[in-house]
Design a protein around this ligand. Structure first.
Ligand SMILES: *Cc1c(COP(=O)(O)O)cnc(C)c1O
Length: 379
């Protein structure tokens, strides 16, 4: 909480209109359009909503194939499965959980319609390579930038590079409003239809701007827009974005320095991997991937040699009353994939599985005041 959330909600109530697409919604959308050069933004009730809108806007039909990483949240897949798509999973990179762009092209068939990239931990995927593959094969690119607020790829904001981008303001993200999200529309040809899908399949948004003299049912759609109560809360957070981000960046840096200072076998140091040893936690090797890009400090995670090393360290932290958590389990190995995409279930995506088994997230939130040295020693 930044302190102004409740007073902005009060203001929204005082304005006498708390349904969607009001003053606070417009302020939040304009914030992203102006600060990040995004063509058009629409607030939604979640990033899941935004992904569902993206699947509708790309006209995904039963039998279409959509390529995405296996190491991601279920919503990335569900939005397209709801339209009848078959999901084709890509493995992660050896040195980062992001999708390995070198493995995309071999998965493209005449049924492929879209590539969904996920910027894990707010660290950008290789967008130049991905956009060029997509252009060659005439595919849509949707960025799942759920974790990507205020993060960039070659000076372009995440979510502003593909045809469409989706962001989350869920409580677990850097900026939040409980449940919330946003669709970023970078292809101007999609804006008009996006507004219609957003407003339950009607041209209500155009009507309120005075562009048509009555509104009605013109397309399919749903109620994707959040209420002004949600938007007012979000605005209070967005106003403090710089402050929140600088706090998170400095926490990330303290974690990094702490673990770096505690490495004890420097001969294993390479450009992208760092190993170290924690006294008191027997035989524990931690590696972590390229530290050149901390993204937007959405999370700080460690990668272990194997599942049992992760369990040992997680137990060690628990003994110090520090909560650490795993993350995604490979979607291609899920029960849903086993039952609905058996050929995907059979595939071998070793890097995705390795991150499922060995990645551990440390506490990372605005109110966290200090990163303790005790995380690296048994004292
Ligand atoms: C959080 C998250 C989502 C879902 O966001 P909601 O706003 O909770 O719907 C989707 N994809 C990724 C990569 C996420 O981290």
């Amino acid at each position: 909480m930044t302190g102004k959330e409740l007073s902005y909600i009060q203001q929204a109530v005082d304005l006498g209109k708390i349904s969607g697409n009001g003053e606070f919604t417009r302020r939040c959308q304009a914030f992203f359009e102006q600060n990040y050069g995004i063509e058009k933004c629409l607030l939604t009730n979640s990033c899941t909503d935004a992904l569902e809108m993206a699947a509708l806007l790309c006209d995904i039909k039963p039998g279409d194939e959509v390529i995405m990483p296996s190491f991601t949240f279920v919503s990335t897949a569900n939005a397209f499965v709801l339209r009848g798509a078959k999901i084709v999973f890509v493995d992660s990179k050896p040195d980062h959980p992001n999708m390995d762009e070198s493995l995309i092209e071999e998965l493209i068939t005449h049924k492929t319609k879209a590539i969904v990239v996920v910027h894990y931990a707010g660290v950008a995927c290789e967008m130049d390579a991905i956009m060029s593959i997509a252009a060659q094969h005439k595919l849509w690119v949707i960025e799942d930038a759920a974790q990507g607020i205020d993060s960039f790829y070659k000076e372009k904001a995440l979510g502003s590079i593909g045809h469409l981008g989706c962001m989350s303001f869920h409580e677990t993200k850097n900026i939040q409003c409980g449940e919330g999200g946003m669709l970023m529309i970078n292809d101007p040809a999609m804006i008009k239809r996006a507004e219609i899908l957003w407003e339950k399949g009607t041209d209500r948004a155009a009507f309120f701007r005075g562009e048509v003299n009555k509104y009605g049912w013109v397309d399919i759609g749903s109620s994707f827009l959040p209420s002004e109560v949600t938007a007012a809360f979000l605005w209070a957070q967005l106003e403090e974005l710089k402050f929140i981000q600088s706090r998170r960046m400095s926490l990330w840096e303290s974690y990094f320095q702490l673990f770096k200072d505690n490495k004890t076998n420097p001969e294993l140091l390479s450009d992208t991997l760092q190993f170290f040893f924690i006294e008191g936690v027997k035989d524990l090797n931690i590696t972590w991937q390229s530290t050149k890009n901390k993204g937007n400090a959405h999370m700080f995670y460690l990668i272990f040699k194997n599942e049992s090393d992760r369990a040992n360290y997680s137990g060690f932290l628990k003994s110090k009353e520090v909560l650490s958590v795993f993350h995604y389990q490979s979607l291609h190995k899920s029960d849903y994939a086993r039952n609905h995409f058996p050929a995907q279930f059979e595939r071998n995506l070793p890097n995705s599985d390795r991150y499922s088994d060995s990645l551990l997230r440390l506490p990372m939130f605005y109110e966290l005041r200090e990163v303790s040295r005790s995380l690296c020693s048994d004292q």
